[in-house]
Design a protein around this ligand. Structure first.
Ligand code: NAD
Length: 418
């Protein structure tokens, strides 16, 4: 049987813990989430019948600060997946050195099957069900797959109505008019771009002759593809739930984004253009390109298909897109992988900026945000790169080493309560 997502995350953890000789107490504490909440979410559907959904909020660690992590709506959401994602958030926040621990939430639902009014009711009820454990100093949710600034706006309104005051600092990824931050929507994709360009620079590759394939055309993938195309890279393939779109001469990414934006679920269904052929998601992963950006779901490159991946550079925009055995195969082939906790950290970095702005009720301009994002990401990228070079280890191992050491230090300094 293939490993679960959480098992894969723990495998990476165990390997890094062994490498840095992490003490027994820290290992026990860091392997287990602090709090796991499962909730029932009853929703009155538009036709009058009642439907019951299951939701989760997992807080993996609050050692370095309030827990932080997104909320996912997807038919495959389950406890194992949310625990894995919450754990990754702890390492991510520690790696980029922002004062947060890790959390994640989700509801097992296919949002494309619900009307907007049903989605609002589901969101409001889920918010109330997790309310006892979230808060601006406890746990600050954000968007993830199939949730966006509208979802965060409904959550913020729910809490504000219950508290009788406008609460700005409890959710991030909100609309700009509700205390959201400029640059937040693009932040994760921008971070993927920063890492991709960082890698090309290290290998003295010419940006203009670089070919790229991007799996996933949502918040992360479409922005990464767009920004890299604007930097001069050739985006030869992208994909979403409707499959892949391939043009060896380069796709018109801006036109594809416009097309997706016209669809109620922001998908590429029906997109056609001269020179563009249809490929499967599986084919996209094995194209002969310089860089592959998996920006959709977890466990896309695994033992079964890793041998066929031809890209030299893999930048993990999604969380957990490469399994550990998949990664081992890629390393043996000489591929360089920017791990998820570094590659997609742009989102949580600008979420941190949003939270800081909301607390101060003082908002920055977009240049300031992008500059600060670039500074933090470049610092983390260089730190990981140097560490990997010095110890002759992968970027994943280096990133985990840095992150685990920081979390362990916080645990040791706080000591075990009581
Ligand atoms: P999204 O819902 O905006 O987009 C997901 C995209 O993936 C969509 O285009 C969807 O059609 C596509 N997709 C789904 N299943 C697919 C499949 N099997 N093959 C190809 N494409 C598929 O979600 P997002 O916010 O872009 O998140 C994508 C990934 O990035 C997730 O792993 C998420 O956890 C991670 N991430 C997101 C953020 C953020 O700020 N949104 C931050 C960090 C990490």
């Amino acid at each position: 049987m293939s490993k679960t997502f959480y098992e894969i995350v723990l495998e990476h953890f165990d390997e890094a813990a062994e490498k840095i000789h992490l003490d027994h107490d820290c290992r026990v504490l860091m392997r287990q989430p602090e709090r796991e909440l499962t909730v029932s979410v009853p929703v009155r559907m538009d036709d009058g019948h009642l439907e019951m959904f299951t939701g989760y909020r997992i807080q993996h660690s609050s050692s370095r600060g309030p827990c932080k992590g997104g909320i996912r709506y997807h038919q495959d959401v389950n406890l194992d997946e949310v625990k894995a994602l919450a754990t990754l958030m702890t390492w991510k926040c520690a790696l980029v050195n922002i004062p947060y621990g890790g959390a994640k939430g989700g509801v097992k639902v296919d949002p494309t099957k619900l009307s907007e009014r049903e989605l609002v009711r589901l969101t409001r009820r889920y918010t109330v069900m997790i309310l006892p454990i979230i808060g601006p100093r406890k746990d600050i949710p954000a968007p993830d797959i199939n949730t966006n600034e509208d979802t965060m706006g409904w959550m913020m309104d729910t809490v504000s109505m219950l508290q009788g005051q406008t609460v700005l600092d409890m959710f991030t990824g909100k609309p700009i008019s509700l205390g959201g931050s400029l640059g937040r929507r693009e932040a994760t994709g921008r971070g993927v771009m920063i890492c991709t360009l960082g890698l090309l620079k290290k290998f003295r590759r010419d940006v203009a002759s670089t070919t790229i394939a991007v799996q996933g055309f949502g918040n992360v993938g479409s922005v990464a593809a767009d920004l890299l195309a604007k930097k001069g890279c050739k985006i030869v393939a992208v994909s979403d739930v409707t499959g892949g779109y391939y043009n060896p001469k380069g796709l018109n990414v801006a036109e594809m984004i416009e097309h997706a934006n016209r669809h109620p679920f922001k998908i590429l269904e029906g997109y056609e253009a001269d020179g563009v052929s249809r490929i499967s998601n599986e084919e996209l992963l094995t194209l002969d390109v310089d860089a592959l950006l998996p920006c959709a779901m977890e466990r896309q490159i695994v033992k079964r298909n890793a041998q066929d991946v031809r890209a030299k550079f893999i930048v993990s925009g999604a969380n957990g897109p490469v399994s550990k055995d998949g990664e081992d195969i890629l390393h043996d082939k000489g591929a360089i992988i920017v791990p998820d906790i570094l590659a997609n950290s742009g989102g949580v970095i600008v979420s941190y900026f949003e939270w800081v702005q909301d607390i101060q009720v003082f908002f920055w301009n977009e240049d300031q945000i992008n500059q600060q994002l670039e500074r933090l990401m470049n610092e983390a990228f260089e730190h990981v790169w140097e560490h990997a070079e010095k110890d002759k280890i992968s970027m994943r191992a280096a990133a985990y080493t840095i992150a685990l050491r920081r979390v362990a230090r916080a645990i040791q300094q706080r000591r075990i309560f009581p």
